[in-house]
Design a protein around this ligand. Structure first.
Ligand code: HEM
Ligand code: HEM
Length: 182
C-alpha cells in the first residue's frame, strides 16, 4: 500500500539535494572562470563546486530509487488532469537535470584538465580527454543545464508553496521533516 507521506529517508535525501544544489549556485559565483582557457588555479570554491557537485549524484539517484521502493500516494493519482501530469513531468525533468548537470560539469572539468577530487580523499577519474574539442561546448552545456535546473526548481518551489498556502493541502507537509501527515 502506498504511504500518504514521504519516508524519512526520502525526506532526508530530498533536503540534502536541495542544500547541495543551492550551495552549487553560490560557490559557482566565486570560483575562477574555466571557459577562458587560461591557466586555472583551483581554489576552495572550485574544489568545493566539483566535490559537492559530484556527490549530489548519490542522494539524487537514491531519491529516485526511493520513489519506487517507498511510493507515496501522488496527488496526480487521486485527480489525474493536466496540472498533475505536469507535476510528474516536472519531477522527471528535475531528476534528469540532477544527473545531467553534474555529469556535464564533470566532463567540462576533465576537458579543461582539472582534477575532480573529493576533498583530497579520493580522486575521481577524468570523463573525457584533456583538451577534448568538446570541452568548451561541455562548459556551455553545463551552464545552460544548470540555468534550466534553476528555473525548474523555482517553478517547483512555487508549486509547493501554492499547494501549502493557497490550496491548503498536504503536498508540502508530506515532504516536511518531522511532520506526520494523517
Ligand atoms: C547539481 C550540481 C551542479 C550545479 C547546480 C552546478 C552549477 C554551475 C553553475 C551555475 C555554473 C556557472 C555557469 C556559468 O557561469 O556559465 C557552473 C560552472 C561550472 N561547473 Fe558546475 N554545477 C554542478 C556540478 C558540477 C560538477 C560535479 C562539476 C565538476 C566535477 C562542475 C564543474 C563546473 C565547471 C568546470 C564550471 C565552469 C564551466 C565553464 O566556465 O566552462 N559542476 N556550475
Ligand atoms: C534545488 C531545489 C529542489 C530540487 C532539485 C527538488 C527536487 C525534487 C524532486 C526530484 C522531487 C520528486 C520526489 C519524488 O520522486 O516523488 C521533489 C518533491 C517535492 N519537493 Fe522538491 N526539490 C527542490 C526544492 C524544494 C523546495 C525548496 C521545496 C519546498 C518549498 C520542495 C518541496 C517538494 C515537495 C512538497 C515535494 C513532493 C511533491 C509531491 O508529493 O508531489 N522542493 N523535489
Amino acid at each position: 500500500m502506498k504511504s500518504t507521506q514521504y519516508h524519512p529517508i526520502s525526506k532526508f535525501l530530498h533536503w540534502s539535494v536541495v542544500a547541495l544544489v543551492v550551495m552549487q549556485f553560490i560557490n559557482s559565483e566565486f570560483m575562477p572562470e574555466v571557459e577562458d582557457g587560461g591557466v586555472i588555479v583551483p581554489d576552495v570554491f572550485l574544489n568545493t563546486h566539483f566535490a559537492f557537485g559530484a556527490i549530489i549524484l548519490i542522494p539524487a539517484v537514491l531519491l529516485f530509487l526511493m520513489r519506487y521502493l517507498r511510493p507515496v500516494e501522488k496527488a496526480e493519482e487521486l485527480t489525474p488532469n493536466l496540472q498533475t501530469t505536469l507535476a510528474v513531468a516536472m519531477h522527471y525533468a528535475l531528476y534528469i537535470l540532477l544527473v545531467a548537470v553534474p555529469l556535464s560539469g564533470w566532463m567540462a572539468a576533465s576537458a579543461a584538465g582539472l582534477e575532480v577530487n573529493l576533498f583530497g580523499f579520493y580522486k575521481l577519474p577524468a570523463l573525457v580527454a584533456v583538451g577534448s574539442p568538446s570541452g568548451e561546448f561541455l562548459g556551455e552545456a553545463h551552464g545552460f543545464l544548470a540555468s534550466t535546473l534553476e528555473l525548474l526548481a523555482i517553478g517547483h518551489v512555487a508549486a509547493a508553496l501554492w499547494h501549502h498556502f493557497i490550496l491548503k493541502d498536504n503536498v508540502l507537509n508530506r515532504m516536511r521533516p518531522f511532520v506526520t501527515v494523517k
